[in-house]
Design a protein around this ligand. Structure first.
Ligand code: HDE
Length: 752
């Protein structure tokens, strides 16, 4: 075929410019499809034991993988064609009547190309538009057959493929990653009994109790409709107006104003199913369940000033982090845990488990780990996978069922409904990323973009003409849990839904000092952007019911008098069982102290110390960190000992907020040059202000002096100033880095 194409007169006028000889040829194998995940070394499978279960996955119980291979398109070594497979001779020029003449209507090649381009965009998600996805697998620790019939939990070591999408909520598709916002944490399990979507968030509660209020909530937080501002931000009038009139949102506001709303990485945040769900076992018995994902790396967040600066320096900060970690083989991992309780236990709680503004404190019901999820493959194509994936809160499999949570009820409707607009019809389940691995057989037919070619003349049931097929599975299939119902039809809420503040207080009071300070600062910042004083007052009056300390500090920060507390909905609110829950602090899950994938800047310039700088850099790399040499410009610097240090980032293209920590090398002459560069001073100040570990070797302390950073006391937390400018200094630095941030040196306002 190649020979024939080359011989063809593809463009007589521009032969030398565009001839095949001169075109860029794809390198063979450049786009080779990645191996199927079961074949990946280290992934537990039937022939490969997992450290978590001390054995190989059980034979024959693992959902198949690699199904996407059949639709992967790879153009390596291929000719350009139209969508009809006709090869193109010229992809540069439209067909014209004479070189200066009009383009011709019959140029079907140009028309097809433009038409397709004109329709490339699809509507973005109405919420959670901005997101990043990855493939991976779930591994079950032990059989949970007594609790649930759900396929992923039937055998120790059983593997179920997953696709996960993390997202922000309010911003549009191209908005920044580091907005102060809830993060979506949606997991699609391709189980061998169909798709199960656990569509959760990185916070365990929600703003509202009833689906009826969801469109109002979203309209309030999205950019205001008259001028479409602000983008990806809740700090504006309409959001705070709405929530100040919805005291049930107080608990969620605590979470949203906490550091959880600015995670350092998707890999370092928890996930929650939020609603109370049911596990149902093979005998039909049910228990109530709450789902928790806990990251192996621990929970870590940004600080606000840093998040604001990152949104300029790298709006794709979280997306890039996820991509790079997976690409480098540092597969992120979460443990799945469950809180299991009975209806009788739930009835005795001071709160209603059907109320999504409430969590079940771990002191009441502990979390039991049941498996782990590893994300080990980046998507091949963002649009085909991450954009077209359709999660749905209604996608459950036998063994999992709903409760009467009125928020969940709305979700069971909304997710399928929204895909019909977003993905253009009712057959979105046939898109490769959405298609179950379990076979699909029913009598649903036709509709836009149908892929399946259904055979035979029968598309109804019961039938005799097709031998009754496809037939009902009976009790093998999904049997809804027969929850008894009683009551009049009415619009309203149960009594315990009227208590709005106990858990808001629980959350605030369970935070460490720095976390509480950050919450106060976040409320103060957001409300300072609210232009209507009455709205600010209403919010603070609401906060008084949760925490006097919080309300008073926010009022102070806004220069306003402390308003009266908002009247309570219940005369005699139930007393909470738990008033402190250390598990609610981000510090409760610090990770294992390793520094794998942490990003570290090593400042370089001409005449800094060469050998010691590189020795420290190499020690950090050996500990798993990602080190970049950051200079005034990219390219080589000559160190004082003649060593060439090749800067691969600049103070301008990679400013301080993009790094977890920094190293300032030894070398007095080099330091003088850096101290004269305002960008280097700003770099050092930002690292200090954001409470990140810093290591200054020998004369490196000169740069600290120039930046006005106090260090003589030698006890500034997380700031290591080492007279001995050698690699031994890296040990203390690695330890400091394992702790992530050093809020002991944080002051309000910032000293630097
Ligand atoms: Fe969603 N939500 N939601 N939501 N949600 C959507 O579905 C909705 C809620 C969540 O990465 C939409 O496909 C209603 C709670 C995530 O693709 C939409 C209600 C929780 C994602 C929708 C809620 C979530 C969505 C928009 C209240 C945490 C992104 C596009 C009744 C448990 C999934 C889409 C992804 C997306 C509706 C409340 C999580 C419109 C009506 C509570 C993670 O269908």
């Amino acid at each position: 075929r190649n020979a024939t194409a080359a011989a063809r007169p593809y463009n007589r006028d521009k032969e030398t410019e565009y001839g095949l000889e001169h075109a860029r040829r794809p390198v063979a194998g450049e786009n080779a499809p990645p191996p199927s995940f079961l074949a990946t070394a280290g992934t537990p499978s039937e022939d490969n034991a997992s450290a978590k279960t001390n054995g190989p996955a059980a034979e024959g119980v693992n959902a198949a993988s690699g199904e996407l291979a059949r639709v992967r398109a790879d153009s390596s070594g291929r000719m350009l064609t139209t969508n009809q497979g006709v090869q193109l001779s010229n992809n540069q020029d439209s067909l014209k009547a004479g070189l200066r003449g009009p383009a011709l209507l019959k140029d079907f090649i140009l028309r097809e190309k433009l038409t397709h381009f004109d329709h490339e965009r699809i509507p973005e998600r109405v919420v959670h538009a901005r997101g990043s996805g990855a493939h991976g697998y779930f591994e079950c620790y032990q059989a949970l057959t007594e609790l649930t019939a759900a396929a992923p939990f039937q055998e120790a070591g059983k593997i179920t493929p997953v696709f996960v999408r993390f997202s922000t909520v309010a911003g549009e598709r191209g908005s920044k990653d580091t907005a102060r916002d809830v993060r979506g944490f949606a997991v699609k399990f391709y189980t061998d009994e169909g798709i199960w979507d656990l569509v959760g968030n990185n916070m365990p509660v929600f703003f509202i109790q009833d689906a009826m209020k969801f469109p109002d909530l979203v309209h309030a937080v999205k950019p205001e409709p008259h001028h479409a501002m602000p983008q990806a931000a809740s700090a504006h009038d309409t959001f705070w107006d709405f929530v100040s009139l919805m005291p049930e949102s107080t608990h969620m506001l605590m979470w949203q104003m906490s550091d959880r709303a600015i995670p350092r990485s998707f890999r370092m945040m928890q996930g929650f199913g939020v609603h109370t769900f049911r596990f149902v076992n093979h005998a039909g018995a049910s228990v109530l369940v709450k789902f928790h994902w806990t990251p192996l790396l621990g929970t870590h967040s940004l600080v606000w000033d840093e998040a604001v600066k990152i949104s300029g320096a790298d709006p794709d900060f979280n997306r890039r982090d996820l991509w790079e970690a997976i690409n480098s083989g540092n597969y992120p991992e979460w443990e799945l845990g469950v809180q299991i309780f009975t209806e009788e236990q739930a009835d005795a709680f001071s709160f209603d488990v059907l109320d999504s503004t409430k969590l079940v404190p771990e002191e009441l019901v502990p979390i039991t780990p049941i498996g782990r999820m590893v994300l080990d493959r980046n998507p091949d194509n963002f649009f085909a996978e991450t954009e077209q994936v359709a999660f749905c809160a209604a996608h459950v499999v036998p063994g999992i069922d709903f409760t009467n949570d009125p928020l969940l009820a709305g979700r069971i409707h909304s997710y399928i409904d929204t895909q019909i607009t977003r993905l253009g019809g009712p057959n979105f389940h046939e898109l490769p990323i959405n298609a179950p691995l379990a076979p699909v057989h029913n009598n649903q037919r036709d509709g836009m973009h149908r892929q399946a070619i259904h055979r035979g003349g029968v598309s109804y049931e019961p039938n005799s003409l097709a031998g009754g097929c496809p037939f009902q599975a009976g009790t093998q299939g999904f049997v809804s849990f027969p929850e008894p119902q009683r009551g009049d039809e009415l619009r309203g809420k149960p009594e315990k839904f009227g208590e709005h503040y106990n858990q808001a207080a629980l959350f605030f009071d369970s935070q460490t000092g720095p976390e509480r300070r950050h919450i106060i600062a976040a409320f103060t910042f957001e409300l300072s952007k609210v232009t209507v004083p009455a709205v600010r007052e209403r919010v603070v009056s609401m906060l008084r019911n949760a925490s006097e300390e919080l309300a008073r500090s926010v009022a102070d920060g806004l220069g306003m008098a402390l308003p009266d507390p908002m009247p309570l909905a219940l005369d005699r609110p139930p007393a909470p069982e738990v008033r402190k829950s250390p598990a609610l602090s981000l510090t409760a899950r610090p990770g294992d102290g390793r520094i794998v994938t942490r990003k570290i800047a090593v400042l370089v310039a001409d005449d800094v110390a060469g050998a010691t700088t590189m020795a420290v850099a190499e020690a950090l790399v050996a500990a798993g960190a990602v080190v970049r040499l950051v200079g005034g410009r990219i390219g080589p610097c000559t160190a004082e000992d003649g060593l060439v240090l090749d800067a691969d980032a600049t103070l301008e293209n990679s400013p301080a907020p993009l790094f977890d920590a920094m190293v300032i090398p030894d070398g007095a002459v080099g330091m003088e040059a850096l101290a004269a560069d305002g960008r280097a001073l700003e770099f050092v100040r930002d690292q200090f202000r954001h409470c990140k570990p810093m290591l200054a070797l020998g004369a490196g302390s000169l740069l600290l002096d120039a930046a006005g950073i106090p260090h003589n006391a030698r006890n500034v937390e997380g700031l290591i100033v080492s007279d001995v400018a050698d690699v031994s200094a890296s040990d203390g630095f690695i330890q400091a880095l394992g702790k992530h941030r050093h809020f002991g040196r944080e002051t309000d306002p910032p000293a630097v």
